[in-house]
Design a protein around this ligand. Structure first.
Ligand SMILES: NC(=O)c1ccc[n+]([C@@H]2O[C@H](COP(=O)([O-])OP(=O)(O)OC[C@H]3O[C@@H](n4cnc5c(N)ncnc54)[C@H](OP(=O)(O)O)[C@@H]3O)[C@@H](O)[C@H]2O)c1
Length: 308
């Protein structure tokens, strides 16, 4: 089965074969312009729904008083308002029980005016985030991480896509980097990034269609694989794990994995890789902006599905 949901459909079509064969310093691939294009597409689709009397709605749930999480929710609400979404919000106290959280989810699931739902991650340690995610109506799952949606992705059935993998496909398409027929190596098989990204980029679609290899700690000589990658995607969450000696000269390098030390962002890809790569995401503002944009893409698609 092929997946007719194209994460890159809001971005430019992939070019036939632009090669990144020249060696450093690499062309930068910022995520901002990709996100802007996706937001423009979402805005037009919001307006189309509103002209039919429907206001798309992205609900959010925050548990506890973590400053960073509250900040992320505020950013998403501001963005939702700018795009024309309603954004009803439930803020549950830090000592909420799993049953309290499930009750809030059930309420939004049952509300026909709410089309998409986000539970801010992480929830306090005493709560089971995965169980909460399982409780979300899969058709309202704005992160595309509900197991049913990961199953849809595996089976090639359209549905909400995991935001970061979909953002990476859109980023490659936006910069007209040919993926089809090329060798993509992903370092990391995590549930959020590496694993769904491998499924996505192997699908039969012009902006995917790649020969995908996934390496991890079970492959100690992983550099053997990364060195032959036309497109190397870091998804490990190990700062500096990708060094210039792991990159084929002229390759496209996408930094997905990051770790935070306080507010300091530590990317998987060493900046010096730009001397070897043909194209590379910047240290800050690479994949991140596309992830946020894809969240709103999932939200508008959820609203459109309701009224299809
Ligand atoms: N930019 C964004 O917007 C965004 C969004 C989501 C996630 N992320 C980032 O993406 C990264 C991956 O997240 P995730 O949840 O998918 O992954 P995860 O569950 O943390 O898994 C990390 C993966 O990397 C592999 N790995 C770790 N150290 C390694 C090493 N030394 N050598 C080889 N492989 C190694 C692990 O191998 P094993 O399986 O063998 O343990 C595992 O497959 C994280 O840094 C996360 O912060 C970024």
């Amino acid at each position: 089965m092929s997946n007719s949901t194209s994460p890159a459909s809001a971005a430019a079509p992939a070019a036939s074969n632009p090669s990144e064969s020249s060696t450093g310093p690499a062309r930068l691939l910022p995520g901002g312009p990709v996100a802007e294009r996706i937001f423009a597409d979402v805005t037009a689709r919001v307006e189309a729904l509103r002209s039919r009397g429907v206001t798309p709605s992205l609900a959010t749930i925050l548990v506890g008083d973590d400053d960073a999480s509250a900040g992320y929710i505020r950013i998403k609400q501001r963005q939702a308002a700018e795009l024309g979404f309603d954004s009803p919000h439930r803020h549950l106290p830090a000592d909420s029980t799993q049953a309290d959280l499930h009750a809030a989810i059930d309420e939004f699931n049952a509300d026909r005016d709410v089309h998409a739902l986000l539970i801010q991650y992480p929830t306090p340690a005493h709560l089971d985030y995965d169980a909460a995610l399982m409780r979300v109506d899969p058709d309202k799952d704005v992160d595309g991480m509900h197991p049913l949606n990961l199953g849809r992705l595996a089976a090639g059935i359209p549905g909400p896509l995991p935001c970061t993998p979909a953002g990476i496909e859109a980023l490659l398409a936006h910069y007209e980097i040919q993926v089809s027929g090329r060798e993509v190596v992903i370092l990391g098989r995590g549930a959020t990034l590496g694993r769904p990204l491998a499924m996505l980029l192997a699908q039969k679609r012009p902006t995917a269609n790649a020969a995908v290899t996934v390496v991890h700690t079970g492959v100690p000589d992983w550099a053997r694989y990364t060195l032959r990658a036309d497109i190397l995607i870091a998804a490990a969450g190990v700062p500096g794990i990708i060094q210039p000696e792991h990159v084929k000269p002229g390759a496209v390098v996408i930094g997905g994995g990051v770790r935070y030390e306080g507010r300091r962002l530590l990317p998987d890809v060493a900046e010096s890789c730009a001397e070897v790569a043909g194209a590379i995401t910047p240290r800050v503002g690479g994949v991140g902006p596309t992830t946020v944009a894809m969240l709103f893409r999932n939200a508008i698609e959820a609203a459109e599905r309701r009224f299809a």
